[in-house]
Design a protein around this ligand. Structure first.
Ligand code: SF4
Ligand code: SF4
Length: 187
């Protein structure tokens, strides 16, 4: 059967009208920032206070794109007569994001919670060599890492918090016991 003249135009106009009334899904980036999920793998942030230079992340990285340099430093004994100890001091921590495949293995294996995903993604460069970012930049990204979700109300208290709470309670009890009681001579 021959098509009715003008039916194609009517169909086209119907599609246009339908689309015009639908909510737009196009994000006007960069005028409007996208709403990213909290676990977005944008870039890796380094919390260097937690890093013990154990080298696990660099060893496990499948792309060998983590560069760490360090030196040893002698620390005086904690108590008189004790032994001197040595500790690693971080000199360089860099990640080459032109090689990184965002697998997250380094973050998973870090035993000291020094690496985190940040949703930050605006670090494109025109020169590939500028995609190697040093510790200062990785530290800056650390402050863009979202806070972890709140614990379930029925969840066990994390052991770090429990230890800190017990220490604070013990200190408060000691201070209360040492304080003079009402009617007691402070001498
Ligand atoms: S995310 Fe994967 S590839 Fe990237 S630095 Fe970490 S371990 Fe290496
Ligand atoms: S695994 Fe963690 S603590 Fe060890 S060197 Fe890497 S970032 Fe530092």
């Amino acid at each position: 059967m021959a098509p009715i003249p003008g039916s194609g135009l009517a169909k086209g106009l119907a599609v246009t009208l339908r689309t015009m009334t639908k909510k737009t899904v196009t994000a006007q980036y960069p005028d409007v920032q996208p709403e990213l999920p909290p676990r977005t793998r944008g870039v890796i942030g380094l919390f260097e206070e937690n890093c013990t230079v154990c080298m696990l992340c660099a060893r496990e990285c499948p792309d060998w794109c983590i560069y760490i340099d360090s030196h040893k430093e002698t620390v005086p004994p904690a108590v008189e007569g004790g032994r001197e100890r040595s500790r690693n001091v971080l000199d360089r921590f860099a990640i080459d994001f032109s090689l990184c495949m965002y697998c997250g293995i380094c973050i998973e294996v870090c035993p000291f919670d020094a690496l985190f995903w940040s949703p930050e993604f605006e670090y494109a460069e025109t020169d590939i060599h500028e995609l190697t970012h040093e510790r200062d930049k990785l530290r800056e990204w650390m402050w863009t890492v979202p806070a972890p979700p709140a614990l379930d109300e029925a969840a066990e208290e994390p052991k770090e918090l429990a230890a800190a709470r017990k220490a604070a309670e013990k200190l408060a009890a000691e201070q209360a016991a040492a304080a003079p009681q009402p009617g007691e001579d402070p001498q």
